[in-house]
Structures are given as structure tokens and as C-alpha cells.
Design a protein around this ligand. Structure first.
Ligand SMILES: [Zn+2]
Length: 125
């Protein structure tokens, strides 16, 4: 249950550890640590790869399902416009969902303790 709470806090852009600090300092920009509890959110942009994978997976899944539905239900003469519209929707979704995916990834890294005992942090503390 605690893990689910941490992931939900990350999704909401709040510190997964304490729920009070803000994860983001701009629409996409991450703070490196929580201002309230000191929980580390990332090291040199490292959450980007995990968030990109989450974002890509969800976007492709939605595109795949919507593409199948389009092919099944849209008349053949309108299919090209439907697929073009779907590509546009997927691009917009991907751009907006990336922020949520970054928050979720911060929740996952906090939940798994990914940065605890990391040698890259040894010089900072
Ligand atoms: Zn915190």
C-alpha cells in the first residue's frame, strides 16, 4: 500500500517519500532533491530514460488499440485522414504525458531506493 501511495504521489508531481515537496520546478523540469525531506529525485537527468520508456510504451499502446479500432470501423475512403488524426493525437498525448511519466518514474526510483548508496552521490554528502 505504501508503494502505491509513493507512485500516486509521483504521478501528482509530489515527493514520493513525504508527499509535501514538489517534484517539478517547471512543466518538464525536475528539482534534484525534495525541499522538504531531501529525497533525491534524479542524478544528472537520469530519470529521463525511464520516463521516456514509460511514455513511449503508453503512447504506442494507445496508438495500437486506436489504430485497430480505426481500421475496423472507419470507411476505407476516410481511413487515411483517420490515421493522420491519430498520429497527431499521439504526438500531442506524448508531449503532455511525458511530465506525468517523469513524475511516475521519480516515484519508481524512490520506491525501489535506486539512489540509496549510489557512489555518484558520495562526493555531494
Ligand atoms: Zn519529500
Amino acid at each position: 500500500m505504501r508503494g502505491v501511495l509513493m507512485l500516486l504521489r509521483g504521478l501528482a508531481g509530489r515527493c514520493p517519500a513525504c508527499g509535501r515537496g514538489k517534484v517539478f520546478n517547471s512543466f518538464y523540469g525536475l528539482n534534484s532533491v525534495c525541499a522538504r525531506c531531501g529525497n533525491r529525485f534524479h542524478i544528472d537527468g537520469s530519470p529521463t530514460v525511464g520516463a521516456m520508456i514509460i511514455n513511449m510504451f503508453i503512447t504506442i499502446l494507445i496508438g495500437f488499440v486506436a489504430g485497430i479500432l480505426l481500421v475496423l470501423w472507419v470507411p476505407a475512403e476516410q481511413l487515411l485522414w483517420g490515421l493522420a488524426g491519430l498520429l497527431l493525437v499521439m504526438a500531442l498525448f506524448s508531449a503532455l504525458f511525458y511530465r506525468i511519466a517523469r513524475g511516475l518514474w521519480v516515484g519508481i526510483t524512490t520506491l525501489t531506493g535506486a539512489y540509496e548508496g549510489d557512489e555518484r552521490l558520495a562526493g555531494e554528502e
